[in-house]
Design a protein around this ligand. Structure first.
Ligand code: GAL
Length: 406
């Protein structure tokens, strides 16, 4: 009962937001966090390093790495945590790995316990990117190094580096898929689309949204694409906690309000797989149209790989988590040995995947954070076997069940 009430309140808030006249699709975020199209990479040594080594920790002979993950309900973080832990341990580090159940206070106390536990390095994926600045500053004041993992840590000068995928490109790939699947280049009929964006406190969600909107904008402007619900803004289309249930209920309301009999919905642009799961359930239960609706996603969660095989979901954006953890561990070991890594780290790595070094685009509100960015790819029914299974990222067990290889 409580959960339903929470979901309904969240959707009412979204609708109230949308009733205040639909917000334009341009970069509405307007904060100092950039959501513009990132520019090309640039080579430059990071600034802050000398200062932090001044108050380095007493060397107790242990190398302790604190890994703070947001949540276990969202499939990928379980894999990220294991990849990072096992890899750092293989390199002789002691690892403290904690999951915050998507609760900000829990994450703050997790990080505090890692500081008290003797951490020399913190690798953090924030529940809320803007809620950790004081505990980060505390860590820094004790000479602890900090890597923002996958999601940028905001409003703190204490962050040393950022490792992630090119999040803007994720949105671009989702939109490009919609453009080709709906043949928008040649279409004479106006096609319809609805947006299911991510958790508004997740800085990545802004990049996914902006990448998609910037790429689709020409088709909104030339009238080949329209949003019947008029819910186009980042906040009014957002999904708290990336929740499958919230995404499902919001789309059910939209389908019942704006897509009655004979009104066709062509696409639902979902920012990730947990929201896509909600969207496909809503379409199954509340969409009366006969056409198969294009549904996007991200993360290649196992349930969604099945949805793609069964044709319920059209694509997902794959980000090899193992590769992302490899970059974070190499970076972590480098700064733990008092190096000041830059683009050279990539050159000397010999990695068999693409990674670029960026010192211009990731402003966390306090400073530009030197970033290592990997490149996401589009997965559809056609390239799924080759990109996910032949590469060994996924496999099938004896009874043919799919699982992510750890
Ligand atoms: C984002 C992450 C995505 C997706 C989403 C929900 O920050 O980059 O891969 O997992 O969170 O967990």
């Amino acid at each position: 009962m409580k959960k339903i009430k929470f979901i309904t309140i969240t959707i009412i808030i979204n609708l109230l937001l949308s009733s205040c006249g639909s917000t334009p699709m341009a970069n509405e975020i307007g904060t100092n966090t950039v959501a513009q199209k990132p520019s090309a990479t640039a080579e430059e040594a990071p600034q802050s390093y000398e200062q932090s080594s001044a108050n380095a920790r007493i060397d107790d002979g242990r190398t302790v790495v604190g890994i703070s993950m947001p949540d276990k309900l969202l499939e990928r973080w379980n894999h990220d945590g294991i990849f990072l832990k096992e890899h750092f341990e293989k390199e002789g580090c002691e690892v403290i790995l904690k999951y915050a159940d998507n609760l900000i206070d829990t994450q703050i106390s997790d990080i505090r316990s890692m500081i008290d536990g003797g951490a020399d390095l913190l690798v953090i994926t924030a529940v809320d990117g803007a809620a950790l600045s004081s505990v980060l500053d505390k860590a820094k004041s004790q000479g602890i190094k900090i890597i923002a993992y996958d999601r940028l840590l905001m409003n703190s000068p204490s962050v040393d580096y950022y490792v992630s995928y090119d999040n803007y490109k994720v949105g671009v790939l989702q939109a490009e898929y919609v453009i080709s699947a709906l043949r928008l280049e040649k279409s004479s009929r106006t096609k319809t689309i609805e947006f299911v964006t991510g958790d508004p406190v997740d800085n990545n969600a802004r990049y996914f949204y902006q990448g998609a909107v910037d790429t689709l904008m020409p088709y909104f402007e030339n009238g080949r694409l329209s949003v019947r619900s008029n819910q186009k803004g980042f906040y009014e289309t957002s999904t708290a906690q990336w929740s499958t249930d919230i995404a499902q209920q919001r789309l059910q309301i939209i389908l019942n309000s704006y897509y009655p009999e004979n009104v066709r919905l062509d696409a639902v642009l979902c920012a990730n797989d947990s929201t896509a799961l909600g969207a496909t359930r809503a379409l199954e239960s509340d969409y009366s149209g006969k056409n198969s609706v294009v549904v996007t996603g991200q993360d290649a969660d196992v349930a969604n790989i099945y949805s793609i095989i069964e044709g319920k979901q059209s694509m997902t954006v794959f980000k090899a988590l193992r590769d992302e953890s490899v970059v974070a561990v190499a970076l972590g070991l480098s700064i733990l040995s008092d190096e000041a890594p830059d683009g050279e780290l990539i050159k000397r790595s010999g990695w068999d995947f693409t990674c670029s070094y960026n010192t211009t685009d990731y402003d966390n509100g306090s400073k530009i954070i030197p970033s290592y960015l990997l490149s996401p790819i589009t997965i559809t029914k056609d390239n799924l076997e080759k990109e996910l299974f032949d590469t060994g990222y996924y496999a099938r067990n004896g009874s043919g069940l799919i699982y992510a290889v750890e």
